[in-house]
Ligand binder design. Structure first.
Ligand code: PLP
Length: 256
């Protein structure tokens, strides 16, 4: 086994602006001292402001990529971001049943610029087929509400996600109002843990991907969930504090 540099399998969309998606994953995983295998679920047309188009990679092609790497590499953890369509969920679900390693899903449902990135069928497949196989899901507040529209509060959203079989739910608050950013980690049978971070003056593109992939790498490196969530947030905050403007839209985290 590769003890020094653990391998993280990342399945994410490609964002040509370099702020979110697979760019964020590769850079974040590398910065933690792990190595990213990169499988691209979808190509996008986007800039630092918004996503204009998404083109899913055929699920059979993902399956070929996954199976080849599975045979070649000792995968220590898996990070899942943007999903192209429901047939990809079947392929990824089957992979998770074979691999049995920590899995983090950052549910990418809507771009920061407003474009919808998941329809009802995709959300239903994600809840029914993927959630029970995850170690952690990291929705922002808006994504948590969209995953569980019947819930009245964020703790109720988290309770429903836990009830679907995902043992850890981290709801991030970067997209909420307020002087600080409140992230809350929910588990089934214990009190929720609240983290408070100073709200930085800018808005960011790719913050969620950065956090989720840093946590996934920390898990591959052997951190407990508690430590991975703490270290992932602290590191992400430093990347946001140093964020750069690559275009005329939101800033992107500086991850190197
Ligand atoms: N494009 C891809 C490929 C993504 O993975 C994501 C988010 O995770 C986005 C766009 C949207 O990022 P943001 O909401 O930070 O703009």
């Amino acid at each position: 086994m590769n003890v020094r540099t653990p391998i993280v399998l990342c399945l994410s969309g490609h964002d040509p602006s370099g702020g979110a998606g697979i760019h964020a994953d590769i850079e974040s995983v590398g910065a933690q001292g792990a190595h990213a295998l990169s499988i691209i679920t979808a190509l996008t047309v986007q800039d630092s402001r918004n996503v204009l188009q998404v083109q899913a990679v055929p699920a059979e092609f993902l399956d070929e990529q996954i199976r080849l790497l599975e045979q070649d590499c000792d995968i220590a953890s898996v990070k899942i971001g943007l999903l192209g369509d429901t047939s990809q969920i079947e392929v990824i679900g089957a992979m998770l049943r074979r691999l049995r390693v920590p899995v983090v899903l950052d549910p990418v449902l809507r771009a920061g610029g407003g474009t919808e990135l998941a329809d009802d069928a995709l959300r239903a497949a994600l809840l029914g087929q993927l959630l029970p196989q995850l170690s952690l899901i990291t929705p922002n507040a808006a994504e948590a509400r969209r995953l569980v529209p019947q819930a009245a509060t964020l703790p109720e959203c988290a309770a429903a996600l836990l009830a679907h079989g995902c043992p850890n739910v981290l709801i991030t608050g970067g997209d909420e109002a307020g002087a600080s950013v409140i992230n809350t980690w929910f588990v089934a049978d214990a009190a929720a843990q609240r983290y408070e971070w100073p709200r930085l003056p800018e808005t960011f593109h790719g913050a969620g991907c950065t956090l989720a992939s840093a946590i996934t790498a920390r898990l591959a490196l052997g951190d407990s969930m508690h430590l991975a969530i703490e270290r992932g947030q602290r590191w992400t905050q430093t990347t946001l504090a140093r964020a750069i403007a690559v275009g005329r839209g939101r800033r992107i985290p500086l991850r190197h």
